[in-house]
Design a binder for this molecule. Sequence first.
Ligand SMILES: C[S@@+](CC[C@H](N)C(=O)[O-])C[C@H]1O[C@@H](n2cnc3c(N)ncnc32)[C@H](O)[C@@H]1O
Length: 272
Amino acid sequence: MTYDDFRAGEKQGWDARADAYGTATARATVQSIPDLLAAVRLAPGMRILDVCCGPGYAAGAAAALGAEARGIDFAPQMVRQAQARFPGLAFDEGDAERLAFPDASFDAVLCNFGLFHVTAPELAMSEAFRVLRPGGHFAFSQWCAPDENPVHRLTLDIVRRLADMNVAPSAPDAFILSSRHTAKGMMAQAGFTDIALRDVPILLRAPAEDFFDFMMRFGVRIPLILERQTEAVRAAIRKACDVEAQAFRSGDEIHLPMPGIVVSGQKEGLLP
Ligand SMILES: C[S@@+](CC[C@H](N)C(=O)[O-])C[C@H]1O[C@@H](n2cnc3c(N)ncnc32)[C@H](O)[C@@H]1O
């Protein structure tokens, strides 16, 4: 299956969300960056590639710690956001599944919550392996599956209960890499050794009054399902989300745990 509609929807969806990203998705995604940097043993002077960089937060953090960082993303508006936010760094349009860099050209590769969206994550892993120098590390973050992730449990339970899933675009399994066993197996398949995994406790803080609208700005996968539903179904989903989120209210905000994992591996060999 090629998932062409899904891929086009993801690209367009992230493009449209680039301006709002800093006040929506980034509230959760930036929380895993210290674990990613630790997993690749970040040190000053290292050449870092941030894949699926969005507005470039992981590259920016690596550069702030003395690395020579750059990023790629397939959404042009994300690349523009990253260039505006971190003007000293290089950001380019590019595809995680076909990186436009020579073999062995980076000391470390990072991907912060990008593989959840990539159509063929196994290709992205092989590409990360290819562009790494021997001895270099690749690390990616991934959301935990709904059974251990209250944000995804709340939203997906409602969508699965109320939406007509037959009209949703075919999409690759979002949570394939949430299985620690599968994630490790795919990393090994791509050639990595010394595969390690750490849990990352992330807390999502969303505005209490428009939780549904916030979640529509936050991600792309659920909006791709909802845009094919009838107005009545969308209204029912909106109401259920806004009501059920109130159980997690803390003052003016909804506080919901949204845990992730960071998976890392090494390309065997010695750094020169
Ligand atoms: C959830 S955002 C993560 C952004 C950023 N890494 C962060 O730390 O917040 C996912 C990003 O992956 C990008 N993306 C999805 N599929 C891609 C692909 N095949 N190649 C490059 N970028 C991709 C999207 O455009 C989006 O910017």
